[in-house]
Write a protein that binds this ligand. Sequence first.
Ligand code: ZN
Length: 181
Amino acid sequence: MIDSSADGWSFATAREPARFGAGEHDGVPGVEHAMADGGTLCGIPEDQVTRYRHLFASQDPEACPQCRRQAAAAPTEPCAQERLHDLVLAAAPGQARDDLLTGLTQGAKVGLWLHGPTATLARHYAGLDTLTEGAGAAIDAFDAATTIGLARVEDASWCFLVVLPHDGSRPIVARGPRRPD
Ligand SMILES: [Zn+2]
């Protein structure tokens, strides 16, 4: 097996900066704060803040300096591969699951990861007709739910589909051959 750690990619190196929502202290326009639970990072309580829909951007000239410092000091967060790996550990044992876990530890691309109405996901995102392993269980899971989650992962050989049921049942791993780019 090729040792892919040679390229330096790992869950540790792939961790991502923490992200925060943005907000404005009511009556004090022109300064953007980073939002945490219950208020801003710099301590303005929630009931005095209007939350924006966009994320706090430390490099923005209007960013509150104290929030900027605290955001920079916040712990990093696991990358998509690490978060998905932790979920896939609960899937039924099998070759597809093991290959996917290996791929994720080596940085396989998480091309899609979304939740929504099952019919929409099945029609546009799941690629159910491309599966050659695990298709039955994946289709059953789609048929059994009105909303569902899925992730698509590509390694050198395979396109994986991870079905993430919302009812708490274990994830399902299916796959089909990777199509040429
Ligand atoms: Zn602030």
